[in-house]
Design a protein around this ligand. Structure first.
Ligand SMILES: [Zn+2]
Length: 393
């Protein structure tokens, strides 16, 4: 590993710690030296080029900032959006687009990495006085404001075809589409982080990725995060007991109590009544998602009675047992006696509901819109999983 590779790896590691959701993008970005590049640049395929001499002038933090800056160009799809904003740009348009893009990125990075910013990156004060300028505009918004008010834009320090879609000298050829898989990983990581700490990722990033990938909201994603949230805080906490030796037990001292960790328990009820038969696939998907989150969940197939009740460690063990009527009230009461922390009930909702609140948190995944005709209890979390539903998280 040469000196520059080492430094870049160190900087990427720093990025990973501050922006874990960008890891997929940061670490898959190959960096190669290029004399034609004056500072740092990224092309549309996500390859980074750096000028070795320029790299030596940066600290690790500044280098991390520069790499993050380039990742944001990719994640925000600036190269594609420039084509829509101005299909036949002049030199001036390109410069303005670059500045607008960098203004957005600077704001997105300011909270978590603002302190790493190398000098010479855009100076907000330089543009603040322009009429129509404000924080929080989109790249297109900034570009429109600047186009009418800036006569001699200065080129921003970092560039590359990923900022505006125009290939630079020395960039290799490649397929810009190859980015989508990485962005999908970033989107998933963002979602995971948002489920535990909402508002910790830049909104412009989430929206841009969703738009690029054309992602339709998947109700099972909500279900997944609800399950994760429910089991992340199991009812009851760590317990102390003399039956276990404490990890901090000193020799020749009175016995200290050890900790018993309560592993979260999740019971998944699958409504296997006759009316559910068109949704077998959806239900199995939800079970699979639950299994990814919870260690060996208990999966109960229930129509009017428990048809099967077993702990599953893989989806191949899941079988559709049932075919009769629907009594989810009994199913939920039955599952609640199992002392689970969370009950997920996958049903079409054509059922009666338990009258008393369950001890466990109840998540109802409804695959058919029966909320009005069979209103579920208020204390349950409802996930609307039917086709075209405007579900609420
Ligand atoms: Zn830039």
């Amino acid at each position: 590993m040469n000196k520059h590779t080492k430094r870049i790896f160190k900087a990427k590691d720093l990025c990973r710690r501050k922006f874990p959701y960008l890891s997929a993008l940061v670490f898959s970005m190959p960096c190669r030296p290029s004399e034609q590049c004056e500072t740092l640049a990224v092309d549309q395929c996500g390859r980074c080029y750096f000028n070795p001499e320029f790299l030596d002038t940066l600290t690790t933090e500044q280098l991390a900032y520069a790499l993050l800056h380039e990742c944001f160009h990719l994640a925000l799809s600036h190269h594609r959006r420039r084509g829509v904003w101005c299909p036949e740009p002049t030199e001036q348009d390109l410069l303005i687009w670059n500045i607008a893009a960098d203004l957005c990125i600077q704001q997105a990075l300011s909270r978590d990495a603002g302190a790493w910013e190398p000098a010479g990156i855009l100076n907000w004060a330089q543009y603040r006085h322009i009429p129509g300028m404000s924080h929080g505009l989109t790249t297109e918004g900034y570009a429109d404001v600047l186009r009418h008010n800036l006569d001699e834009p200065e080129p921003p320090p970092f560039g590359g075809s990923c900022a505006d879609g125009v290939p630079r000298d020395g960039e290799r050829e490649g397929n810009p589409m190859s980015l989508d898989a990485k962005l999908a990983q970033v989107a998933e990581a963002i979602e995971q982080q948002e489920s535990t700490s909402p508002g910790s990722t830049p909104g412009i990033l989430r929206r841009a990725i969703d738009k690029r990938l054309g992602r339709q909201p998947d109700p099972f994603e909500i279900l997944k995060s609800l399950v994760a949230r429910s089991v992340a805080s199991p009812i009851g906490t760590d317990d102390y007991t003399y039956r276990r030796m404490s990890r901090r037990q000193p020799a020749n001292c009175a016995r200290m109590r050890g900790v018993v960790r309560l592993a979260p328990e999740c019971a998944v009820i699958v409504d296997t009544s006759g009316s559910m038969s068109p949704y077998i696939h959806r239900a199995a998907t939800a079970v699979a998602q639950g299994m990814r989150r919870v260690h060996r969940p208990r999966v109960i197939c229930f129509d009017t009675d428990a048809q099967s009740d077993r702990r599953l460690s893989s989806l191949s063990q899941f079988s559709w047992d049932g075919g009769g009527g629907t009594r989810m009230d009994q199913a939920i009461e039955y599952a609640d006696t199992l002392k689970a922390d969370c009950i997920v009930c996958i049903t079409d909702g054509e059922t009666s509901w338990p009258r008393t609140k369950t001890r466990a948190r109840l998540v109802v995944a409804m695959v058919e819109d029966n909320v009005r005709s069979y209103p579920p209890p208020e204390w349950a979390r409802i996930v609307k999983c039917w086709e075209g539903s405007e579900y609420a998280g």
